[in-house]
Design a protein around this ligand. Structure first.
Ligand SMILES: [Zn+2]
Length: 285
């Protein structure tokens, strides 16, 4: 990838069958208060002319694009994708990436089917919810002192301690399995032996990619879990991961994240008293 883009991942969403492209920037690749526009481009080959899928409606503030153009449906396996970042009228393109790069057609179809089954399995035996992705760049929050370059006030209701307005953006809906503590066997061993841990693990699809400090919110209970650093692949096809297990911690009822407004998504603001009192999320039957 280029100096700016750490990854560009085009995938087929198992529910809608639409192409979704996710990308990430290297930490520090652009200023935290930069506000770039992103365009998604496709081409038949590296040397061919690139066609911009969203010439008049650039992606702004997020790093994902859903293509609802019927035309792409038939040729998604054959085209290359790239992302062009427009920052103050200077354009930077990512390296071109194909869908399931270098895979054979049979393998691609098999992988798509395995992903679809994993998705169906999660939706039937997991808990419905959403991932919130912590912003890496955007407009600085008013709580940030420009002279001190502080990351923000921890309990700021506008940026949730991130220093960036809004703090998080909503990623796609994603069911998850809540796994028992001990999923991650590597425990800290100190002078007093093995330390007990309240951490659990969440199992979810690999796309969209989830990062440490992202938050998963249960649609039914409103409980929020912060994703930790430890992850492990729990299902894969060849070297393509399908399901990922991530260490996660239930946020304390006093956490400012519970004021994050999810009403647009049918999730009421959590009732703080209920978060610790209610039973664990019911598995969907
Ligand atoms: Zn703030």
């Amino acid at each position: 990838m280029s100096d700016v883009f750490s990854s560009v991942v085009p995938v087929v969403d198992p529910t809608s069958n639409l192409v979704v492209v996710y990308w990430d920037l290297y930490p520090g690749a652009i200023a935290r208060d930069a506000d770039p526009d992103f365009y998604v481009e496709v081409a038949r080959s590296v040397d061919a002319t690139w066609t911009r899928l969203n010439p008049t409606n650039p992606v702004n503030g997020v790093c994902q694009y859903v293509d609802d153009d019927e035309e792409l449906k038939g040729c998604k396996w054959q085209v290359l994708f790239r992302i062009v970042m427009d920052l103050n009228s200077v354009e930077t393109a990512s390296d071109p990436v194909g869908m399931y790069e270098a895979g054979l057609r049979q393998e691609r179809l098999l992988l798509a089917e395995l992903e679809r089954r994993a998705y169906v399995g999660l939706n039937s035996s997991g808990v419905h919810g959403y991932f919130l992705h912590k912003k890496d760049f955007g407009t600085a929050c008013s709580c940030v002192d420009p002279d001190l370059d502080t990351p923000g006030i921890p309990n700021c209701p506008d940026c949730f301690g991130t220093g960036l307005e809004g703090g998080y953006y909503l990623k796609v809906e994603s069911a998850a399995r809540l796994l028992e503590p001990g999923t991650f066997s590597r425990k800290e061993t100190g002078m007093l032996g093995v330390e007990a841990s309240d951490d659990i693990a969440l199992e979810a699809l690999c796309h969209p990619r989830v990062f440490p400090d992202d938050v998963w919110v249960s649609r039914d209970s409103g409980k929020m879990y912060r994703i930790g650093n430890q992850t492990q692949i729990s299902a894969a096809f060849r070297d393509m991961p399908i399901l990922l297990q991530m260490k996660a911690t239930l946020l304390d009822p006093s956490d400012i994240m519970y004021t994050f407004d999810l009403s647009d998504y049918g999730i009421p603001l959590a009732d703080n008293d209920q978060i610790l009192l209610t039973e664990d999320d019911e598995e969907i039957t």
